[in-house]
Design a protein around this ligand. Sequence first.
Ligand code: 0O2
Length: 211
Amino acid sequence: MIEDWHAFLLPYQQAVNELKVKLRGMRKQYQESAQHSPIEFVTGRVKPVDSIKEKMVRRHVSEDRLEQDMQDIAGLRIMCQFVEDIYAVVDLLRERGDIAILEERDYVTNVKPSGYRSYHIVIEYPVQLITGEKKILAEIQVRTLAMNFWATVEHSLNYKYQGDFPTKLADRLQRAAAAAFKLDQEMSEIREEIQEAQNLFSYGKSSGWER
Ligand code: 0O2
C-alpha cells in the first residue's frame, strides 16, 4: 500500500520540473540564435492521485507495478506551430544524452478513433535524489497548437460525459478534429512564408511575450 502519495510522487515532480527547464532551454537557444524554434511552449504536470487510482483500476495496474506500468505519472507537453516541427522535436529528443526513449506512438499519422492527434514518447529519465539516482518514466506529448486546442476541449467534454458523448456532439468533435488538421495542413503550405515573417519580426524577442 502506498501510504504517503506525496513522498511517492516527489521524484516525479522533480523530473517534471527539470524537464520543463531543459525543454524551455531548447526554445531559448533557437531564439538566441535567431532561428525558428520548433518548440512554441512547454507545459508539465504530475498526474493527480485520483487520476492515477482511476487508471490503475481501468488498466488493471497493481501498486507494486505502478512505477513500471504507468508511463505517464510524469507528463510533459511540447506545443509546436507546424506539424513538421513535431518531427523536428522528436529528432532533437532522440539526440539527447540525458533521456532514453523507450517507446514512441505516432498518433499524428495514426489518428485515434476519437480524432486525437499527438506524438507520444515514453522516456526514462534519471533524477538525483539524496538517496541516490532513481530512473523515472515520463511521457512527452508533442503536438501542434491546433491539436492542443482540440485535445484540451475534448478532454473537458470527456470529463463531463465520461467518454459517453451524445451522437451529435461526437460528430461535431470529429468534424472539429478534421478542421483542426486542415488548419495544420494549410499552415504547413505557407510555412516558409510565415517563418520568414517571424524572422523579420523576431516574435519572441521584440514583443516581450516570453514563455
Ligand atoms: P491526462 O489527464 O491527459 O493526464 P490510455 O491512457 O488508456 O488512453 P495509454 O496507452 O496509457 O492510453 O497512453 P496513450 O494513449 O499513449 O496516452 C494517454 C494520454 O494521451 C491521455 O492521458 C491523454 O493525455 C492523451 N490522450 C489519448 N487519447 C486521447 C483522446 O482521445 N483525447 C484527448 N483529449 N487526449 C487523449 P490521460 O490518462 O487521459 O490523462
